[in-house]
Design a binder for this molecule. Structure first.
Ligand SMILES: Cc1ncc(COP(=O)(O)O)c(C=O)c1O
Length: 411
């Protein structure tokens, strides 16, 4: 049966993804099973999406109840769920308004359109982003992204983006021109292998943006929604700084819907009227079904204290990884963790590895064999992006599978 599925993929599904040879069938909490009933502990969370794990009963119930009342009605009308979710997200950031869309790339589009429209009267349109950033796969998303590989073959790209080294204020300062309208960053670069912004960078960036009348656009798609231990990663990064730091817009997706596809952008009150009627839209964005799930997820995260759990389990994982690193010095080169967003830079020079395939893919494949799902990044990084409700014993089990795999590959 699994081969049938893979054959159909080969014949009928566009080959944009290099897929691992796993065929997954069902999941429960942080566990998932393939079509041969092999069990995996899921530390990948569908790339930072399954914030409550798999098949959460209350999400199933919410979907079922809402779909028996109203699945979709369009954004031509008002309805309760969207108003509630907008308020729910806003009160976790600051006064402002929320635009709803369906994905992370669309949230980047919204922020880019917001910046362009706010600078239009003055002829300002340029946006500075970071090298190695990732902002999605649409034309604007790949133009904003600071990685050559996502742009290859798609010229001409959208004009008006420049890319500078991350965590380097001077690089931003020297890239500002009379046409610059915004700076766009991820609080923690995810796809590049978990690189958090420093507090000094964020505070300096806000000041620089204020001084040059630039919008500070925050891509919180991967690092948002409590993944770092606070609702947004700037709240985590600046937790010891007693600062009033706020971006001008925050993009969200992934964990926002816990697996139900949705995205959103919070826009500060100052810029809230820039995208006025007729300037942007989305047929599906924030429909009743999506918003019911989004509201339920926030209710569960609050009720079950998952913000604290993300912090505690994240710290536990990093501590345990650090012990493994001490015992296998030449295997783990670096560990970068902030809450449940952890990047482990592995040694690429493993004897049994095929030199033509990135080591990150081969480490992740070896972990699959052991029964642990993780996410590759770059040439040699393994990411842990598990559910926010990961239990201590599950974290322990994952660490043990990780260490077993290192021992097996290097003995
Ligand atoms: C920081 C960031 N922005 C945007 C995106 C694009 O999101 P989506 O795949 O939902 O379009 C991603 C996806 O990985 C991301 O990590």
């Amino acid at each position: 049966m699994s081969n049938n599925i893979k054959d159909r993929f080969k014949q009928f599904v566009a080959p944009t993804y290099g897929r691992f040879p796993l065929t997954l069938a069902n999941g429960k909490g942080s566990y998932i099973w393939d079509t041969n009933d092999k069990q995996y502990l899921d530390f990948g969370g569908g790339i930072a999406v399954n914030c409550l794990g798999h098949s959460h009963p209350e999400i199933g119930q919410t979907l079922s109840e809402q779909s028996s009342r109203l699945i979709h009605c369009s954004n031509l009308y008002h309805f309760e769920g969207q108003s509630q979710l907008a308020e729910n997200l806003t009160k976790r950031i600051a006064p402002g308004r929320v635009f709803f869309c369906n994905s992370g790339a669309e949230s980047s589009e919204v922020m880019i359109k917001l910046a362009r429209r706010s600078g239009q009267m003055e002829g300002r349109f340029e946006i500075i982003t970071a090298e190695n950033s990732f902002h999605g796969r649409t034309m604007a998303g790949i133009s904003a992204t600071g990685q050559a590989k996502v742009k290859d073959g798609f010229a001409p790209l959208l004009q008006g983006f420049s890319h500078v080294p991350f965590n380097n204020l001077e690089a931003i300062r020297s890239s500002i021109t009379p046409s610059t309208v915004a700076v766009m960053i991820e609080g923690v670069q995810g796809e590049s292998g978990i690189h958090p912004a420093t507090p000094e960078y964020l505070l300096g960036l806000r000041e620089l943006c204020n001084n040059h009348d630039l919008l500070l656009l925050w891509d919180g798609v991967q690092c948002g929604h409590f993944r770092t231990g606070s609702f947004q990663s700037f709240q985590t990064i600046l937790s010891d700084h007693n600062s009033e730091f706020l971006p001008d817009a925050v993009g969200m997706a992934k964990s926002l819907g816990g697996g139900f596809p949705m995205g959103a952008v919070w826009i500060s009150e100052k810029h809230a009227e820039v995208l006025c009627p007729g300037t942007h839209g989305s047929t599906f964005g924030g429909n009743p079904l999506a918003c019911a799930v989004g509201n339920k997820i926030l209710e569960i995260i609050d009720r079950d204290n998952l913000e604290k759990n993300a912090n505690e389990i994240g710290n536990y994982l990093v501590d345990e990884l650090t012990i493994i690193q001490k015992n296998h010095k030449n295997i783990i080169k670096a560990i970068r963790g902030i809450g449940l967003m952890i990047g482990i830079e592995m040694n690429a020079e493993v004897e049994s590895f095929d030199k033509k395939i990135p080591a990150s893919i081969q480490w992740v494949s070896a972990l699959h064999e052991a029964g642990l799902l993780t996410i590759p990044a770059g040439n040699s990084i393994v990411r842990f992006l598990p559910a926010l409700n990961l239990k201590h014993e599950e974290a322990q089990a994952g660490i043990s599978l990780f260490e077993q795999t290192i021992k097996k590959l290097t003995s």
